[in-house]
Design a protein around this ligand. Structure first.
Ligand SMILES: [Zn+2]
Length: 281
C-alpha cells in the first residue's frame, strides 16, 4: 500500500500541539463505498474532509471526536494539498481535464500534473495571524478553515442572514479590527484588501490555471475546482466496483473483505491480469 508524508503550510491544531506532517495511504474499495454513502449527504468540501480523516495514518490511536476537532482547523489550501497528494498516490500524477475556450468556444483537453500544482503552495508558515492596513482599518486575519466553511453552511439554513456567503467567509477570517467592524455589510475596502491577502497566505485554496487554447491561442485563466474534479473521478469508477468484486471473487476465490482492502490500482491490475489470461495472452 502506497503512502505519502505531506508537509502542511498551516498545520492541524490539536489542544496540545500543531501537526505539520500528515501521512496518507492510498484509497481502497472500502473508501469508495464510504464516499458513495456520503455522496448525497454532504457538500464536496466535507466529503473531502471525511475522506482525508479516513486515509490519514496517525502515529497514536485517535478517537472520532479528536479527529473531528483536529480537521476543523485544516485550512482550505492545506486540504487541497492533502487531496492532491491522495489523488497522486491512488491514481498517479497526471490529470486530464477538458475546458471550453471562452473566445472560440472550442473544447480542448489539457494535461496537468499534480507536482506542478503542488508547487503553487506556500512553504510552512508558523505565523497565526497576518496584518493588513487599509485606509480606515487595521486588521488581523488568519487563513480560512473547514470550520469556517461549515459555519457558513449552518448559517444559511437560518432565517434571513442577508450577508453574501463570500462576505461571511471574509468576516470569519478577521481575527480583530481597529476600529471595530459593525454588523452591517462589510466595507468594500476590507473586501478588496482581504481577498488578495487570503490568496497570498493560502494559495492552494483557490487555484487559477493559466492555459492557452490550442485552437486560437487565446489565454485562458480559469479556476480549477480540484475537489469536484477528484470526487467525480472517484465516483465514475464506483459503479463498476460490484462487478470487480464479483470477478475477483469468482476467479481467485477471495473474500469480499480482502478485495475491498486492496488499493484501487492493484485491484484494477488483477482484473487486467485475469482478463489477459482468459483471452490467452
Ligand atoms: Zn480558443
Amino acid at each position: 500500500m502506497r503512502q505519502v508524508l505531506v508537509t502542511l503550510s498551516h498545520g492541524l491544531q490539536s489542544s496540545e500541539s500543531k501537526l505539520y506532517h500528515v501521512k496518507l495511504r492510498e484509497l481502497n474499495g472500502f473508501d469508495e463505498q464510504f464516499l458513495e454513502s456520503i455522496k448525497n449527504e454532504l457538500p464536496a468540501f466535507l466529503q473531502t474532509t471525511e475522506l482525508l480523516k479516513k486515509t490519514t495514518l496517525f502515529e497514536s490511536e485517535m478517537t472520532k471526536i479528536q479527529k473531528d476537532e483536529l480537521f476543523k482547523t485544516l485550512t482550505i489550501g492545506d486540504r487541497i494539498c492533502l487531496l492532491l497528494n491522495l489523488r497522486k498516490i491512488t491514481f498517479g500524477n497526471s490529470l486530464s481535464c477538458i475546458m471550453t475556450c471562452d473566445s472560440c468556444k472550442e473544447k480542448a483537453s489539457f494535461e496537468l500534473d499534480i507536482d506542478s500544482l503542488l508547487n503553487l503552495g506556500t512553504k510552512q508558515i508558523k505565523t497565526e495571524n497576518y496584518l493588513i492596513h487599509t485606509k480606515n482599518f487595521s486588521l488581523k486575519i488568519r487563513p480560512l478553515t473547514v470550520l469556517d466553511q461549515e459555519s457558513i453552511l449552518s448559517y444559511s439554513d437560518k432565517r434571513n442572514f442577508k450577508e453574501k456567503p463570500t462576505d461571511q467567509l471574509i468576516r470569519s477570517c478577521i481575527v480583530s479590527s481597529k476600529p471595530n467592524l459593525s454588523d452591517s455589510s462589510l466595507p468594500q475596502e476590507i473586501i478588496d484588501a482581504v481577498n488578495p491577502k487570503l490568496n497570498e497566505i493560502d494559495p492552494m485554496a483557490d487555484i487559477i490555471l493559466d492555459l492557452k487554447c490550442p485552437a486560437c491561442d487565446h489565454s485562458l485563466q480559469t479556476p480549477f475546482e480540484i475537489e469536484n474534479f477528484v470526487l467525480r473521478e472517484i465516483y465514475s469508477q464506483i459503479s463498476s466496483l460490484e462487478k470487480e468484486i464479483h470477478w475477483l471473487a469468482f476467479n481467485y476465490n477471495w473474500s469480499e473483505k480482502n478485495i475491498l482492502n486492496l488499493p484501487i490500482q492493484k485491484r484494477h491490475r488483477y482484473i487486467e491480469l485475469i482478463n489477459e489470461t482468459l483471452s490467452g495472452e
